[in-house]
Design a protein around this ligand. Sequence first.
Ligand code: NDP
Length: 435
Amino acid sequence: KQRNPNEPEFLQAVEEVAQTLLPFIEDNPKYKNKMLLERMVEPERTISFRVVWQNDKGETQVNRGYRIQMNSALGPYKGGLRFHPSVNLSVLKFLAFEQTFKNSLTTLPLGSGKGGSDFDPKGKSDSEIMRFCQSFMTELSRHIGQFTDVPAGDIGVGGREIGYLFGQYKRIRDEFSGVLTGKGISYGGSLIRTEATGYGCVYFTECMLESKNEKIEGKTVVISGSGNVAQYAAEKAIELGAKVVTMSDSSGYIYDKAGIDTDKLQFIMKLKNEKRGRIKEYLDKYPEAEYFEGERPWSIKCDVALPCATQNELNAEEAKQLLANGCICVTEGANMPCTADAVEVFHDANILYAPGKASNAGGVATSGLEMSQNSIRLGWSREEVDSRLKEIMNNIHSECVKFGKEAKNFTNYVKGANIAGFVKLADAMLAQGLV
Ligand code: NDP
C-alpha cells in the first residue's frame, strides 16, 4: 500500500489474488523464499507518454498514453489498450496484473501487459479518432514489436482503432508484422477474434452449469454492457437457447421481457458499432421494452448474470438482489466487474461464480491464435478457431476445478484460477533465474 499510493483498483486486484494465493505459497516454500508474488506485483516496465493531436476545429489536444509491460516470463507482453477518460495508472496496473494470471491460464506462450489513454472516444469524429491513434502509436511504436509486446483492443478500442494503430505502426517501422491483434481479416486478423471474449464467456458458463447438471438452454440471462464482449456473449447465449433480457451502456439499461432475439441483437450491434448510438434508442424500434436511466440491470430476475461492461459494476447489495431473484450463476465477461464484497456474497451462497481472468480469457486466447496464424502466414477457418477456443475454455475450467474444488459440490473458481495461473508462471520465472 505504501509503495502504490492512490492505486485503489490495483490494490483491490492484488488483495483478491493474495487472499487465495498466500496459504498456497505458505505450503510451497520454493515459491515463498524466492519472492515470486512480490516480483509479480511489480511491472517489468511502466511507460507513460504525451499524446498530442488536433481536433476537427484545429485545436491542440493533450492526452496521456501508457503501456504497462507486466511480465514476460511466458512470452511477449500481451494485453489490450483502453481508451476511456477513467484510465489511469491504477486501472491499467490492475488490468495488467489480472492479465498475468489470465494469460498463464490460457496455456499459450503469452506474457502480460496493458495500456491505453485517458482519451475519450465518445462524440469524436472518425478523423479525430484516426489522428489520435496515429499520434498515440507514434510513441508506442518504439516500445512494442511482434516478439516484444503485442497489444490488442479493450474498452474504446475496437476494429476501427486497431486498423488506424496498425497502419501507423507499419508506416513508421516499414514492417508488416503481427504487432497488434484484433486486426481486420484482410490484413492478418483471425476469424472469431471479434466474437471470442463473449463466446468464451458463454462456453465457460456452459462448463460451470454442466458441473451442476444444468444447461444454458432455457435460462434467463441478464447482461450488462453493449460493447464487444456483451454483444457476442448475447449472440452465443441466444444461439444456445437462452433468453437474454437486458443490455446496458454507461447511461442505463434496457429490459426486454420478451427476450432479445437475433434480429433485435442485430439492431443493437448496428446501433452501437455503426451509428455509435445509445442503448436507450432500442426503444425507438422496440417500444414494448423498458429503459432505466442511470441504473444497472441486476434487479431483473434471472438464472444467469453476465457482467460485461466494466470494473466494479456489481456490488454486494446487487449481488444479494441477484440471489434473492434466484440467480444460480455469475460469469464475468468484463475484468473485475464484481466488487470483493459481491464475490463474498456469491461464495457464501455457494452459487457458481467465475472471475474474469478465467471466464473472459477467450479473447486473449484467440489473440494468441491470431499470433500463431500470423507467424505461419496462414489463416484458419472459423470452425478451427472456434473449436480451439472451446477447448481452451474447457481446459481453463478443468484447471479451476483442479485447484479450486473445496467440497463435493463447490468449486472456488477464484482460488482455482489464481493458483493454476500462478503455478505455471512461477515455475517459468524460477527457471529463468532472478528476473
Ligand atoms: P467496449 O468499449 O466495446 O464496451 C464497453 C461497454 O461497457 C459499453 O457498453 C460501455 O458503455 C460500457 N461501459 C464502459 N465503461 C462503463 C462505466 N464506467 N459504467 C458503465 N458502463 C460502462 O469494451 P469491451 O466490450 O471490449 O470490454 C468490456 C469489458 O470486458 C472490459 O472490462 C474489458 O476489460 C473486458 N474484456 C474485453 C476483452 C475484449 O476482447 N474486448 C477481453 C477480456 C476482457 P458506453 O458505450 O456508454 O461507454
